[in-house]
Design a protein around this ligand. Structure first.
Ligand SMILES: [Fe+2]
Length: 299
C-alpha cells in the first residue's frame, strides 16, 4: 500500500486498479452516503428507544442487547431503501451500474469495554476478507453511522498487503458457514465458538493505519487488506455500515488483488446484486469461482 486518495476524480477503472494494488480511497459525504447513515441511525434509534444507541449498552444486559441487535441488523440489511441508497452511492462514485454488483449492507456494532465480544457484536481479529471466500476483485466500502474516533474505528495492517501470513483459511468453506455458522450468531453473546479463519503466526500489528471520516464520509479498500476492529476504549458503542462490491468484467478477466495466502473454498459471489436492477451475477461466473475461488491473473 502506498497512497490514500481523498475525493479522487480518477475513473472507476483507474481506481479499481489502484485499489487492487492496496491503495485506499476516502470520500466526503454525498447525499446517498449521508442518506444511508441516516437510515441506519433512524432504525437504530427506534430499536433502542428510549436510549441513545451509542450508550444503550450501559442500560441493559448483554442478553437483552443481543436480542435487540438480532432484530435490528436484518431489518437494516434487507431494507429496500438501503439498496437504493447504495446504488445511488455507487453511481455517484462513478461506478457503472450495469457492471458493478454489491452485496447487502451490514450494520455492525462494536460495544465499548468488555460488554460483549462475540456473535452479533463480533470483534474481528486481524483478517483478510479473502480468507472468508471473498473474490480477489472484492472491494469493501465502510461508513461510520455516528462520529468515530481512532479508538473505536478499524485498523489496516498495511505491511501485510504484500506479505503472506500463515493462516487457517484452508478450513473455511463459505457454503458450509452459510448452512451452519450464521444461524448460530444470535446465540453467541460473550464467547464465540464458531470456527473462523485466523492468522497462525504472531503478527506485527503496529504501526497501523486508521481512517476517521465525518458521518456520511466513507472509504474503500481491497478485500485482501489485513484489517481488524480496534478494541473500543471509548465510552460509546461504534455503529458502522459496510458493504462489498465486485465489477463483473474484472471477475470475468480474473483481475483483482494478488492471492498471497488464502486457501478457503466456496465463493461469496452468489450474494451479489447488480446495481442497476438487483439481478444476480451470471451463474456460470459464480460456478467458476466456486471451483477456483482464488483465480487471479497472477495464478
Ligand atoms: Fe473484514
Amino acid at each position: 500500500m502506498g497512497t490514500v486518495y481523498v475525493d479522487s476524480r480518477l475513473t472507476d477503472d483507474e481506481r479499481r486498479q489502484r485499489l487492487y494494488q492496496g491503495d485506499l480511497f476516502v470520500f466526503s459525504a454525498g447525499p446517498a452516503s449521508a442518506g444511508l447513515c441516516a437510515l441506519a441511525r433512524e432504525l437504530s434509534e427506534e430499536a433502542f428507544d428510549p436510549h441513545d444507541p451509542q450508550v444503550a449498552q450501559d442500560h441493559m444486559s448483554a442478553e437483552e442487547y443481543a436480542r435487540i441487535l438480532a432484530d435490528l441488523k436484518p431489518r437494516f440489511i434487507h431494507h429496500e431503501r438501503a439498496k437504493e441508497l447504495i446504488g445511488a452511492m455507487l453511481t455517484d462514485a462513478g461506478c457503472d451500474p450495469d457492471k458493478i454488483y454489491f452485496d447487502v449492507p451490514r450494520l455492525r456494532t462494536m460495544a465499548h469495554g468488555e460488554y460483549m465480544k462475540a456473535g452479533l457484536a463480533l470483534q474481528f481479529h486481524p483478517h483478510r476478507d479473502t480468507w472468508f471466500s471473498a473474490p480477489f476483485a472484492q472491494l469493501n466500502w465502510w461508513l461510520p453511522v455516528y462520529e468515530v474516533q481512532p479508538e473505536n474505528s478499524m485498523a489496516f495492517h498495511t505491511r501485510y498487503f504484500a506479505e503472506p501470513i500463515q493462516n487457517s483459511s484452508a478450513d473455511y468453506d463459505y457454503d458450509e458457514w452459510n448452512r451452519t455458522g450464521r444461524k448460530q450468531a444470535a446465540q453467541q453473546i460473550t464467547k464465540d465458538t464458531r470456527k473462523q479463519p485466523q492468522a497462525l503466526e504472531e503478527l506485527q500489528l503496529q504501526p497501523d493505519v486508521r481512517i476517521v471520516t465525518p458521518v456520511g464520509g466513507f472509504y474503500v479498500f481491497s478485500a485482501a487488506h489485513l484489517h481488524s476492529t480496534v478494541p473500543n476504549t471509548t465510552e460509546r458503542t461504534r455503529f458502522s455500515i459496510d458493504f462489498r462490491t465486485v465489477n463483473v468484467d474484472d471477475l470475468a478477466n480474473g483481475e483483482g488483488a494478488l492471492n498471497l495466502d488464502s486457501a478457503c473454498t466456496g465463493t461469496t459471489l452468489g450474494d451479489y446484486l447488480r446495481a442497476s436492477d438487483l439481478e444476480p451475477l451470471p451463474a456460470e461466473l459464480i460456478e467458476r469461482y466456486r471451483l477456483h475461488p482464488h483465480a487471479t491473473v497472477a495464478d
